[in-house]
Ligand binder design. Structure first.
Ligand SMILES: [Zn+2]
Ligand SMILES: [Zn+2]
Length: 264
């Protein structure tokens, strides 16, 4: 079976532990086909980002892990990039300057000045119209994807993290989002970190994944590990869901180019 983990962090973002090589070793021990290191790059939430003066160190550490373990596993260099329109040019310049880059995850944690996944934001969810909130979030994701700067959408329905879900039928919104993502040519990550959060399910929700499948939006897999032991966290459950909605392959990336590999 081909399993890949395209979403991992390192101590450089200052809220995770471990070096790239620790994640790579863990991925080898769990028999993964590929491991992607994708630490945070964020202008709008600088306290959660790799400091810009550590970018070179980051790239060098991933390259070193590649050199040492490349005969046992394919190691990919990535970033989880926080999308904000204001920082788009700066982000693009940085990404273009890194020759070794394989892929970027597009992620949105901050919207309208508040952090969607911060436990301090729980009260905010009580105040807002949840359907409008999800609609706005998906719109922002589609807007970001349309710039074709990012290969993979990370944790696509993050606003559900604390279990706040609209009572309305979400299907039309999922349909609209899936169509726009298909048009943007972007891949969506099945992210198992939701199992570690109050919502206790993967991103995206099963119904959403079914619709993404319908529009042939490619997928990949990520644990969003912030410590090496979470590499490939509950991938068995994710794979069961992926197969049951009809996907037979997952995507990997080399130098920004998408390659589809069979799950079996
Ligand atoms: Zn994230
Ligand atoms: Zn992450």
């Amino acid at each position: 079976m081909n399993l890949v983990d395209y979403h991992t962090h390192t101590y450089l973002c200052r809220h995770a532990v471990g070096e790239p090589i620790d994640y790579v070793k863990m991925a080898v021990s769990k028999n993964l086909t590929e491991i992607g290191v994708s630490d945070h790059l964020s202008f709008s939430i600088p306290e959660d980002s790799i400091p810009l003066d550590k970018l070179e160190l980051y790239v060098n550490m991933v390259e070193e892990a590649k050199r040492l373990y490349g005969d046992r596993i394919r190691v990919r260099l990535g970033f989880e990039v926080e999308y904000s329109y204001d920082s788009l040019d700066s982000i693009a310049r940085i990404l273009e300057s890194i020759d070794e880059l394989d892929y970027t995850l597009l992620s949105i944690h901050k919207m309208d000045g508040w952090i969607v996944n911060s436990s301090r934001s729980r009260d905010k969810y009580m105040e807002v119209d949840l359907y409008r909130l999800y609609e706005k979030y998906f719109n922002l994701v589609c807007e970001a994807a349309s710039y074709r700067l990012f290969q993979i959408v990370a944790h696509i329905d993050l606003p559900k993290i604390f279990g706040f879900k609209p009572i309305e039928d979400m299907k039309p919104l999922y349909e609209d989002t899936a169509k726009r993502l298909a048009k943007a040519g972007v891949c969506v990550e099945v992210n198992t970190s939701g199992f570690r959060k109050p919502v206790a399910e993967v991103y995206p929700a099963r119904e959403f994944l079914e619709i993404l499948r319908k529009y042939n939006v490619p997928i990949t897999l990520g644990s969003d590990a912030h410590r090496p032991e979470d590499v490939a966290y509950r991938f068995r459950d994710a794979i069961d869901m992926i197969l049951s909605v009809g996907y037979k392959s997952i995507s990997v990336f080399e130098g920004g180019r998408r390659i589809e590999i069979p799950i079996f």
